[in-house]
Design a protein around this ligand. Structure first.
Ligand SMILES: [Zn+2]
Ligand SMILES: [Zn+2]
Length: 91
């Protein structure tokens, strides 16, 4: 998940990541804290909140077979859109 050549987040980026992690899972709605999954490594503002199963689960996870993502008809961009909306509305 964390590669060595990835630069550390700035304090502003860290705040935004903490806000994302406090949200419920963007796929199944499981209560937070969630894990932050970046759509692209190092692009901190593309992070979305995922529960461990929707994130890393071999069956349901985005890094696995993505079954629940298909059931919910969601992809990373759709969850990012929801995440940005929630951050904007909370601001
Ligand atoms: Zn989930
Ligand atoms: Zn991830």
């Amino acid at each position: 998940m964390h590669s060595k050549n990835k630069s550390a987040p700035t304090s502003g980026q860290r705040r935004s990541i903490e806000r994302v992690k406090a949200m419920p899972c963007g796929v199944c709605g499981a209560a937070g804290p969630s894990e932050a999954h970046e759509l692209r490594q190092g692009l901190w503002h593309t992070a979305i909140p995922l529960c461990p199963d929707c994130h890393r689960g071999g069956f349901n996870g985005i890094h696995g077979q993505q079954r629940i993502w298909k059931v919910k008809k969601l992809d990373e961009l759709a969850v990012l859109d929801k995440t940005i909306a929630a951050v904007m509305e909370a601001a």
